[in-house]
Design a protein around this ligand. Structure first.
Ligand SMILES: Nc1ncnc2c1ncn2[C@@H]1O[C@H](COP(=O)(O)OP(=O)(O)OP(=O)(O)O)[C@@H](O)[C@H]1O
Length: 339
């Protein structure tokens, strides 16, 4: 088994190869002419594989590049450098993707009410993607019944409008819409962040159930490691546009190898190492307009050495994953990953 393969399926669905996305901050003619355009590097040389049937958790602080990476995968953005393949075929901007590829990816966002047209009944909102796809009325009606039951909503909810629903109910509607066309992949950008804590677990459980029943491949984005612990097969940790560590979930929680992952974990009371100290990261995240030389984490790393300010680390192989650190915390099982 390759070091990056998850415990579930092993066929790559998405392959992200050395992908970088830069945005120009100032784009005036004068800036262009005199070469003073500034760029923000939102995603910086990321390589990741998302395998069939797995849930990959993508975690990082605000501004670490998670949404930009999701938008690259779904084709809303095109990479500045690098390549993304779907089923082995390079995919570009969403407008250039064939409809059958587009319908294979469903998306769920943080604020469910904002993603549903307030003038549409819930039934019409769920119906919309099927109608746009040209499905017959009877096919859509059958599917509507299936979808409502799949997300545990009743006919009674279907006749309401978004503002009449609770946050959890609205997120169920958004999920029903996202899976209406039977996609293979679901990209979920902070799907539980805007919900009450009591509702978050219900939505996470619903997603786990859907993933099992429909055999979905999922990319689940969250700020917080604790959110992905129970849903992800593997977790990728982002910092300043780069993936610092990717590993199977249990392994990442029990034996983090990157000091950044370790610091994030230590801050979660029920997860942090027994009797271990909480590592407080000093300082703010540096600007992605002017990222630090060497390892981008060295300015906040509690165990940085002088050479970390000079050398941009290559990925070190760890058991079934990899870590981007010159001095990774010992991984006791095995090593030898390629990516
Ligand atoms: N269209 C854009 N133009 C310029 N800068 C952008 C654009 N989109 C994102 N950025 C910048 O890229 C960096 C990464 O942003 P991104 O939204 O991907 O991070 P994130 O991890 O999803 O953050 P959050 O959790 O707050 O949504 C940030 O510094 C952001 O300001």
């Amino acid at each position: 088994m390759s070091p990056q393969q998850p415990t579930t399926g092993s066929t790559p669905v998405f392959e992200i190869e050395s992908v970088t996305k830069r945005f120009a901050l100032s784009d005036s003619l004068l800036d262009r002419a005199i070469g003073t355009r500034e760029f923000v590097t939102a995603v910086d040389d990321v390589s990741l594989t998302i395998h069939e049937g797995e849930t990959l958790g993508l975690v990082g602080e605000s501004g670490s590049g998670k949404s930009t990476l999701a938008n690259l995968i779904t084709g809303l953005y095109e990479p500045t450098e690098g390549m993304i393949s779907f089923d082995g075929e390079p995919v570009g901007h969403v407008s250039a993707r064939p409809t059958d590829v587009r319908s294979q990816i469903g998306m769920v966002f943080q604020n469910p009410k904002a993603s549903i047209d307030p003038r549409m009944s819930i039934r019409d909102a769920i119906d919309e993607p099927m109608k746009a796809q040209g499905w017959s009325r009877s096919r859509r009606e059958d599917r509507m019944e299936e979808l409502l039951s799949l997300v545990n909503l009743s006919e009674h909810h279907a006749d309401r409008y978004a503002h009449e629903l609770s946050g959890g109910q609205a997120q169920r509607v958004a999920i029903a819409r996202a899976v209406a066309l039977e996609p293979r992949v679901l990209v979920l950008d902070e799907p539980t962040s805007a919900l009450d804590v009591s509702v978050q677990a219900k939505i996470t459980n619903l997603l786990v159930e859907l993933q099992e029943r429909l055999g979905l491949t999922m990319l689940f984005i969250a700020h917080d490691l604790s959110v992905v612990e129970h849903i992800a097969d593997r977790v990728a940790v982002m910092y300043l546009g780069q993936v610092m560590e990717v590993a199977p979930t249990e392994q990442l929680f029990e034996r983090p190898t990157h000091p950044y992952t370790s610091a994030l974990l230590s801050a979660i009371p029920e997860v942090g190492p027994d009797g271990g100290e909480t590592v407080i990261l000093e300082g703010d995240i540096p600007s992605p307009v002017n990222p630090p030389n060497g390892c981008v984490f060295h300015t906040r790393c509690p165990i940085a050495r002088p050479e970390c300010a000079e050398i941009n680390p290559q990925y070190e192989g760890i058991s079934h994953g990899r870590t981007k650190c010159l001095y990774p915390i010992d991984d006791e099982i095995e090593s030898g990953a390629e990516q």
